[in-house]
Write a protein that binds this ligand. Structure first.
Ligand code: NDP
Length: 333
């Protein structure tokens, strides 16, 4: 099998030299093991953080070990009764075409006719749930709220806009990095207004899109977007700090909020979260999504790169904004 490992720790933007592709051969599965052929492999912004050797909520990737992360595949050989050949599984073994490991490290998931397996890696899975948890448990979204979403055309962001509307937000505003993405936000994802942050003046563009201020900020970007949100907040505003991608590949601090006193004078709440601490809300999320999705209330996009050998490019392209919705690698052979 082909697997991708971290070869060295990047400084700033990763390059191909930071990764190595390694061929691995497996013996027949031992008792209790299965062999899984991946169909889709996820590339995610948080992986950049795990390439650094720093203390965080997930341990750093080790050098010369496979990059682990979300993937969905199918059992092709089995020595474990509970996962027979053909079972579709979700797992965290990451960047490889074939994975062989203990059955307990894979989770069987239902194969629903008409529902692509890839959706388990975004709208029906981790990124969809991140959007739901951020809006509800973290930001305490209320009916009638005006919501601002940064990184709005990505995997989490496209879910946030739609879920906010379904939960009763009155106005949802999104920011993204191209004219095409901005158009998609209002045409497909239920955003009431959207702007291109690359046109500059995030604070001014947000103020124009939210003449009555914002109540909730779902932040995927940090930096200038957090700065703009602090200026736009109404009294009692709440921010779910989900990500700060504008800083992930920078070697020096990005310009950020300089109006921190608004946190005091407007009684704002800014709360960071990582989904791993909210997995107890999975049944609630699945119940809601289990109503919305079959009813056709949830749109999604995926940008698919073919071939496990192109995973590093998919990851880097995602960090640069080449994706609309979720960036995924499809394992083709
Ligand atoms: P996305 O699908 O949103 O892909 C990343 C996007 O970030 C790109 O498409 C690009 O879009 C945008 N971007 C890149 N650089 C910048 C920049 N300097 N300023 C503004 N936008 C930028 O990824 P995800 O949906 O998977 O993740 C979105 C965020 O959510 C990330 O910050 C991630 O770390 C966080 N996250 C947090 C979780 C948690 O548990 N807290 C769980 C999952 C994700 P554009 O073209 O618009 O620039």
């Amino acid at each position: 099998s082909t697997q991708i490992q971290l070869a060295s720790r990047p400084t700033g933007w990763p390059t191909h030299d930071n990764f190595q592709t390694v061929q691995v051969t497996y013996e027949a599965p031992k008792p209790g093991q299965v062999r899984v052929r991946n169909e889709f492999v996820s590339v995610d912004p948080y992986m950049r953080g795990r390439m650094n050797d720093v203390r965080s909520y997930t341990p750093p990737y080790q050098l010369r070990e496979r990059i682990t992360g979300g993937a969905v595949g199918r059992v092709v050989e089995s020595s474990a009764e509970e996962l027979p050949v053909g079972t579709v599984v979700l797992h965290q073994h990451g960047w490889s075409d074939i994975i062989q490991d203990d059955a307990a490290s894979f989770r069987a998931i239902p194969e629903v006719p008409g529902v692509p397996l890839s959706l388990n890696l975004h709208i029906l899975g981790m990124t969809g749930m991140t959007a739901y948890v951020g809006l509800t448990a973290i930001a305490g979204l209320k009916e009638g709220d005006t919501v601002f979403v940064s990184g709005a055309a990505g995997a989490v962001g496209t879910a946030v806009g739609q879920i906010a509307k379904l939960l009763g937000a009155s106005r949802v505003i999104g920011s993204a990095g191209s004219a095409e993405k901005v158009a998609l936000l209002t045409e497909k994802y239920g955003y009431d207004a959207a702007f291109n942050y690359k046109d500059g003046d995030v604070r001014g563009q947000l103020a124009a899109a939210a003449p009555n201020g914002i109540d909730v900020f779902f932040d995927n970007v940090g930096g200038d977007h957090l700065e703009a949100a602090l200026a736009a907040f109404n009294d009692g505003g709440r921010a779910a700090l989900c990500g700060a991608i504008s800083a992930y590949n920078e070697t020096s601090a990005v310009p950020g909020p300089n109006n921190m006193s608004n946190i005091i004078t407007r009684a704002l709440t800014l709360k960071g979260f990582t989904l791993g601490s909210y997995l107890h809300l999975a049944p609630e999320f699945q119940a809601k999504m289990g109503e919305w999705f079959p009813a056709g209330k949830i749109n999604y996009d995926e940008t698919i790169v073919d071939g496990i050998e192109n995973t590093v490019d998919a990851f880097l392209d995602m960090m640069r904004g080449a994706n609309t919705g979720k960036m995924l690698v499809r394992v083709t052979k």
